[in-house]
Write a protein of this length. Structure first.
Length: 411
């Protein structure tokens, strides 16, 4: 039986232990939902105050030049790049994940005009498939979305496929796709590859260039802690940047936006992926949030992530074996992201009861309780304490109060 003293000893030996102090976490809360919304890094409020009071208030419109506001999408993208295995000028912080998906999916289809299939997966985050459906409508239903059930998409990739579009980590189960193998299979068939990194970047090592990935997108408000609605990002490698065109040819993606020319000319490199004016307040919050990753080895982050999830699974099976939970997350470490999910027929009220007790996770329909393990601020004792609360909520039937059965808009 794992003891709390053992977990305390792991915290004492944790090379990432100092990162915990960089986050402003509420007292009395065990936060296991950073895979949905990261908490506030302590440097963010000060940065926002500086941007509002000194830059916006003090320098007004001059700030676009004086404080480099116009350069922020590329500058922030360059800070994200090392976390996902990209090089300088290959990542742009911009727009939302959904908008970036549309841009890159359309760019990919234009590169393969004789192919009419997009391969996706039923386990993709829904917006990935919804955007593919929407893009197909804009092509007069000239393309097909081929969705694969289960985790093995390799058999669905053939010489009719223009694009393979996958979520690297399944948002419900935490299953991790083999990025290198799937990308190689897509290329062998002559297709392009697009990865959604929203549930992986910041919690595990990602190597886009090592896998020769063509396109990638991701949000920054989960493990990157950029704040609610923070700017998303996209990746296009240097080898493709001047070959692809995106459909949202807004003024900021123009080669000379302040020449105000009559017709569109795409900017060189990654800058052609821009569309409209960046949100400077949101971009500044993300920029400050990324400070917590300075100098970190993502291999260590991944190592702690796997250790936290391994201990959580073991403790749940030791202490909560009789409470009806069934593991939904792969046991094999190479296939497990930085979350652990459990099936339970009463998953929704159980999660509401846990939140009321100070253990915050979330629920995903139809029956999944989802717990995220962000290595930078979670401690091993948090894992132990969380399982003790889960055991208490189940043993005492606290989950079965009427108010916990009432569904909220956000689950």
């Amino acid at each position: 039986m794992i003891s709390r003293d053992e977990m305390t000893a792991l915290d004492s030996a944790d090379p990432l232990a100092a990162s915990h102090a960089q986050f402003d976490l509420p007292d009395g809360i065990i936060y296991l939902d950073g895979n949905s919304l990261g908490p506030v890094p302590k440097g963010v409020p000060e940065r926002l105050a500086q941007v509002v009071n000194e830059q916006w208030r003090g320098d007004l419109i001059k700030s676009w030049n004086v404080h480099g506001w116009m350069d922020m999408p590329l500058r922030v993208g360059d800070r994200i790049a090392p976390l996902i295995g990209a090089g300088p000028d290959e990542v742009l912080a911009s727009d939302t994940t959904s908008v970036n998906l549309f841009k890159l999916m359309a760019a990919a289809l234009e590169q393969r005009p004789d192919r009419k299939v997009i391969v996706g997966q039923t386990g993709n985050f829904p917006t990935d498939n919804y955007l593919a459906e929407g893009l197909i409508r804009f092509t007069d239903n000239d393309h097909e979305l081929r969705l694969v059930d289960g985790d093995d998409v390799l058999d669905a990739i053939d010489d009719t496929v223009a694009l393979v579009s996958l979520t690297q980590v399944d948002y419900r189960s935490g299953y991790v796709q083999d990025m290198a193998a799937v990308t190689a299979a897509a290329h062998d068939a002559g297709a392009l590859m697009l990865w959604d990194l929203s549930h992986s970047a910041g919690a595990m090592a990602v190597d886009l260039n090592g896998a020769q990935v063509d396109f990638a997108v991701g949000c920054s408000y989960k493990y990157l802690n950029g704040g609610p609605g923070a700017p998303a990002y996209l990746f296009v490698p240097r080898r493709l940047q001047d070959l692809v065109r995106q459909p949202l040819s807004g003024w900021l993606g123009h080669a000379a936006p302040f020449e105000f020319e009559q017709s569109y000319r795409p900017a060189p490199g990654i800058l052609r992926q821009q569309c409209g004016t960046p949100s400077i307040l949101a971009m500044s919050a993300l920029d400050a949030a990324l400070d917590v990753f300075d100098g970190l080895d993502m291999a260590l982050v991944r190592q702690k992530s796997l250790s936290l999830t391994e201990h959580f699974i073991a403790l749940m099976e030791q202490r909560c074996a009789g409470h009806g939970f069934t593991l939904a997350t792969p046991r094999e470490q190479v296939r497990r992201g930085s979350q652990v999910s459990w099936h339970h027929e009463m998953g929704y009220p159980i999660m509401q009861a846990l939140i009321a007790e100070g253990v915050i996770g979330d629920f995903r329909s139809p029956d999944i309780l989802r717990f995220g393990f962000a290595p930078l601020y979670l401690r091993y004792v948090d894992v132990w304490d969380a399982v003790m609360v889960i055991d208490k909520v189940m043993s005492e039937g606290r989950w079965d109060r009427p108010e916990f059965h009432q569904r909220s808009a956000v689950t």
